[in-house]
Write a protein that binds this ligand. Structure first.
Ligand code: 13P
Length: 284
């Protein structure tokens, strides 16, 4: 079908109370796994690349892969920058055809975060591109962005209200107790805080660090207003497990296609399961 903006997808998701899966990618097999799973599930989908992914693969390679996938797929697809922390990086993504960007100014003091996010929103909106921002500090590591446990802080509802009104962002990532990467214990989500934010803010809300969050908690967070859920770690784990298992069982095989094929299937399985959990299946 066609590339669409984040705003288009999240408006429908918010109204009908489901969430769109936003899956991190950095190579061909991951792009294919995401798009094939989404096509089979009839699910609109968000592919996202972090600054680290763009450094690893090169922005033209990533965009080339995603354009090829988009041509062959009959579902709405968003190409999104995950955790852009640098204004110039965000501008480059706009020029290269991303339909959505996240500007992550969460490490800045509130006033500075508002000012920097507003600058991004002005340019992006003039180009028809959506913007996600972050308020509060989500713990853990997502490629370039690391927030230690003691640095992490939850989103303050009144600040979220002011932030959204002053920046006009299209989506807001909230810190409600999740963390990027593998969890040590079971995460405790602050649902009361999420409900309070939802009461004050109409902007679609985003759950980061969702890989290790129990299914019930993910469902509840969607009931309480989350409409984009980010998944990276689970895909990495499935890829690595698929590769390891194949090599252990077939130590003499050295054809990369034979090794990466099962890894792609393993990623597809987890992505399909997430799409169903988020309720975005059969939506297109
Ligand atoms: P996980 O790595 O925990 O899945 O989080 C992904 C994410 O939030 C990307 O921004």
């Amino acid at each position: 079908m066609a590339f669409v903006t984040l705003k288009e997808l999240l408006t429908d998701a918010q109204r009908k109370r489901y969430a769109i899966g936003a899956f991190n990618t950095n190579n061909m097999e991951i792009v294919q796994a995401i798009v094939e799973a989404a096509v089979e599930e009839r699910a609109p989908v968000i592919l996202q690349a972090s600054q680290g992914a763009l450094r690893y693969a090169g922005i033209d390679y990533i965009m080339g892969l995603v354009r090829a996938a988009e041509k062959s797929a009959d579902i709405p697809i968003v190409m999104h920058l995950d955790h852009g922390t640098d204004f110039n990086q965000v501008m480059l993504c706009l020029r290269k055809g991303f339909t959505s960007v996240m500007f992550d100014g969460s490490k800045k003091p509130l006033e500075e975060n508002i000012a920097a996010t507003r600058k991004v929103v002005e340019v992006a909106h003039a180009m028809g591109v959506s913007v996600e921002a972050e308020l509060g500090k989500i713990g853990g590591t997502e490629d370039d962005v690391t927030v230690s446990e003691h640095e992490a802080s939850l989103t303050i509802p009144a600040e979220a209200e002011r932030f959204c009104a002053e920046t006009k962002v299209d989506a807001l990532a909230v810190a409600i107790g999740t963390a990027h990467g593998a969890y040590k214990g079971e995460p405790k989500l602050d649902f009361a805080r999420l409900r309070e934010i939802r009461k004050l803010v109409d902007t679609p809300l985003v759950l980061h660090g969702a890989s290790g969050v129990p299914e019930e908690a993910v469902k509840r967070s969607i009931d309480y207003g989350i409409c984009k859920v980010n998944i990276d770690t689970n895909i990495r784990q499935a890829f690595t497990k698929g590769v390891k298992e194949f090599i252990m069982e077939n130590p003499s095989v050295f054809d990369p296609r034979k090794i990466l094929g099962p890894a792609k299937e393993a990623m597809k399985e987890i992505i399909r399961a997430k799409i169903r959990l988020f309720g975005s299946n059969n939506k297109c």
